[in-house]
Design a protein around this ligand. Structure first.
Ligand SMILES: [Zn+2]
Length: 68
């Protein structure tokens, strides 16, 4: 008897345009999702100013809000 791999429970990854704050330094690739950033946040890795940009990222459910 043949048993196939069970892939049915693998979560589907949905990509969506996400606003992020990316580090303005060319030598640093630090960034964070806007949803997780405070206002006027500096890069946690080098302290440079963060620049708002849009990236295509895997959609995440509102885990963040679950802690409220
Ligand atoms: Zn940085």
């Amino acid at each position: 008897m043949y048993f196939g791999k069970k892939n049915s429970e693998e979560p589907e990854i949905i990509m969506e345009d996400t606003i992020v704050y990316a580090c303005g330094s060319a030598d640093c690739n630090g960034w964070m999702r806007k949803d997780f950033a405070s206002e006027n946040y500096d890069c946690p890795m080098c302290g440079s100013q963060l620049v708002e940009e849009v990236r295509e990222l895997p959609k995440i459910e509102n885990e963040y809000n679950a802690f409220k």
